[in-house]
Design a protein around this ligand. Sequence first.
Ligand code: SF4
Length: 518
Amino acid sequence: MSMPPAADHQSDLRLTPTALSQFIRLDACRRFLWFQLHPQATHALQQRYGTHPRPLSPLLAEAGQRFEQEVIRTLATHHRVIELRECAPSETVTALRAVGREPVILTQAALEGCIGGWWLQGRADLIEVVRDRQGGLHALVADIKASREERLEHRVQVALYTLLLEDVSRRAGLPLQRSVGAVVHRDDARAFRTLHDPELHFDLAPYRQLALHLLDGPDAPLAEVRAADLDALPFALGTHCDGCFFNEICLPRAAERADLALIPEVSRPLRAALHAHDIRDLYALADLYMPSGAEAWQPNPRHAARLALLQRDPLLAGQIERLAARARAVLKRLDPTLDAPVLLPDAPPAPLPNRTAYPHLIELLLDLQVDDLTGGVYLAAALVRGPQEERCITRLSAAPPLPELEAALLTEFAQALETALRQVAADDAPPLHLTVYDRRAQRVGAGGLHPPYAAPSVAGGAGRLAGGAAAGASRDLRAAAGDCARSAQPTPDLRLAPCRGYCGLAARGQLRLDHRHA
Ligand code: SF4
């Protein structure tokens, strides 16, 4: 059978199960796949935009490696473990051939083979293999993830390793009878379950099907992306792009092309709908409305027919004027001579505080960032702004934020926050407005008010204002801490969202955890 070009293992294309797992994590972004499938063109784009491949942060890499070693050390106390980290795929085959009736655990075994016509290679964290009486091999294939939760992409990655193991076994004439999957991950910052806990094992069938859906056939995403032009692929810039290797290409390229993706609320379906009406960039979108006097906008008569069609589109109806205004606002950043509305049509009232009405107000802008692997807070930052002065506080973990380090960081941060609040307060009971950087920080902040971290948490620190210059604020903070703690489970961001708006909180004299889009 002739192979498609990508299955030629002499080619420079090296697809990995890890890359396909990242594709799923990044909201199935087709552009990410394109970069994976076009290494030379991607390299040229990196040079053009002056970017470099960004390695995994040392903090995360170190935490991941430490967890992996911990898991392997634990397994090695009761099982035979063979380390294959530096070994070639042929040595994996040799190790598999040597397996007998006693189970053996191979770590970092190199696997390479063909799935759905694509050449893939990778290293499976753990493969436990045993031979049955008839000589058949049975495998338990597992990935080790230092995160606290198991996600869809982890299981798909394991499914890809099992497909590779099958291909390797088939070519080597090894009788692989059955594979089971598992993801070993942290239960909390310290504990994890052993590879042999049946609760970790899962049926591979649906994940293999999903993996094959990505790879196999002319309509599969990989085949579609391989033949596509980068800029023809639908994409949306969003928070998921923060964790993508290629954001240093996508952002400047989107700006260069005045791409619709520069408007945050243009999702992929919305973008496809706009494309269907031949609106392909910000200029075309902005031109649908035109200035008519000071701060007034009207439909552009040149596009009357198109606007009528757009207003009948189920996805776009009612949104076009706002999207056109947004397009102008973004374009004005690129070209200051352009007219753009100062206020967006239909914009809700700003939740930002009114200093004239509340001259003693303290504003607290809070950012809390969590390490993806340990789940601990590694960055706590605040800007405390009073009537006369402001203070900036930043605490950054020097190592992976395991519980003791996280507690120390939050305690120190809370103490500094308390000091800053005292310093900027102009009277005994200043109103306080809290703004959180994004929904994630809001969730973390709410979690930080929860036991066991209640004592060193931000609210704990702010709450220690009791009896001091800002005693009134501290009462409000405690009330807010109670609200937040109650709201922190199960979906704090949803429960806290209705608390938005300074006017509402000022009237009730209570602190509310607020959220503002970055
Ligand atoms: S930066 Fe965002 S849009 Fe670009 S490839 Fe990555 S996930 Fe996709």
